[in-house]
Design a protein. Structure first.
Length: 313
């Protein structure tokens, strides 16, 4: 017993000398999970030649229980004491993940599943259109489900904010559905309200929306992406989401729209436009208020390029 106490005191004494041992490596991260041996992590990392301070930290139960899991940066010449203090305080690295507008919930889950810094499984694919595209912050070993929860909460906040300004007769659910179609159709922000006006005008006149992204959603089983151009056979497919064949809005959103698209769905521009066709450079649309004007736009575009165009008509 006496020999064991002396050994521990010797280890503790040696650890005191290693308090101010500087890291010899360039700035880098270590990853510490609950229950892991911090001494083994530091030893394998090779930042500190001795590292006895971390050995004591693992052996002493009171100290070990104070250490918080996470990703920690060890800076060049940073002392062992400073690193251990970070671990005590939970001063760990915050990372971010950006989810762009227009992705389906399947795509978003796919992105989160590929993120190796996150843990756990997403139990089920969230309802389409229920997640707000944005940049979200997280730490090592946060769960994937926690990001989904944040995205749902953010969507709720955005809807609460903009729904008060809704100038249309659409319900909140219908607005999100329309916003998702607008999101997939538009590449330039300045066209959001113009495209919104086309769809609102069509709904008012009981014309079919005839939006190609709804066809893609239908034939991709809700994934929202195909690696080829649409064909006449695709356009003709009988499906609840195919707005070339079904009147009105599809049953659910076809992606997760951003706040700007949602706002555009609630605030369409005041136009008489009923048609639009994508330009030859794939950046903007040409709008028209009747079919004759629409055909003229298509003819003009075909003259300027031999390329085939999928048109909204």
């Amino acid at each position: 017993m006496f020999k064991t106490s002396l050994a521990f005191l010797g280890l503790l004494f040696a650890a005191c000398f290693s308090l101010f041992e500087p890291s010899k490596l360039a700035d880098h991260s270590i990853f510490f999970s609950r229950g892991e041996n911090i001494y083994e992590i530091i030893k394998k990392d090779n930042s500190f030649k001795v590292g006895l301070l971390f050995c004591v930290a693992h052996v002493v139960d009171h100290i070990r229980r104070r250490m918080q899991p996470g990703e920690y940066v060890i800076h060049h010449n940073e002392t062992a004491c400073s690193v251990l203090q970070k671990i005590f305080e939970g001063n760990n690295v915050t990372r971010k993940i950006t989810i762009p507008e227009g992705l389906t919930t399947q795509m978003i889950v796919e992105i989160l599943n590929k993120n190796e810094m996150l843990t756990g499984e997403i139990k089920e694919i969230p309802e389409e259109g229920s997640l707000m595209p944005s940049t979200y912050f997280y730490k090592f070993h946060d769960t994937r489900e926690s990001i989904i929860i944040k995205m749902k909460q953010q969507m709720g906040l955005v809807i609460s904010k903009v729904d008060k300004q809704n100038k249309t007769n659409l319900s909140t659910k219908e607005t999100i559905i329309l916003a998702s179609i607008i999101e997939k159709e538009v590449k330039q922000e300045e066209e959001l309200r113009l495209v919104s006006s086309v769809f609102h005008n069509r709904l008012r006149k009981k014309m079919r929306l005839q939006s190609c992204p709804t066809v893609i959603y239908a034939i991709s089983n809700g994934y929202g992406k195909i690696n080829r151009k649409l064909t006449k056979e695709d356009i003709a497919v009988q499906h609840p989401f195919n707005t070339y064949r079904v009147a009105g809005l599809p049953p659910t959103p076809i992606c997760c729209p951003g706040e700007k698209a949602i706002t555009a769905a609630m605030h369409p521009a005041d136009t008489t436009f009923l048609y639009f066709v994508l330009s030859t450079d794939d950046t903007h649309h040409n709008f028209s208020g009747n079919f004759q004007g629409h055909r003229k736009n298509i003819k003009s575009l075909k003259k300027s390029s031999a390329r085939n165009y999928t048109k909204t008509s």
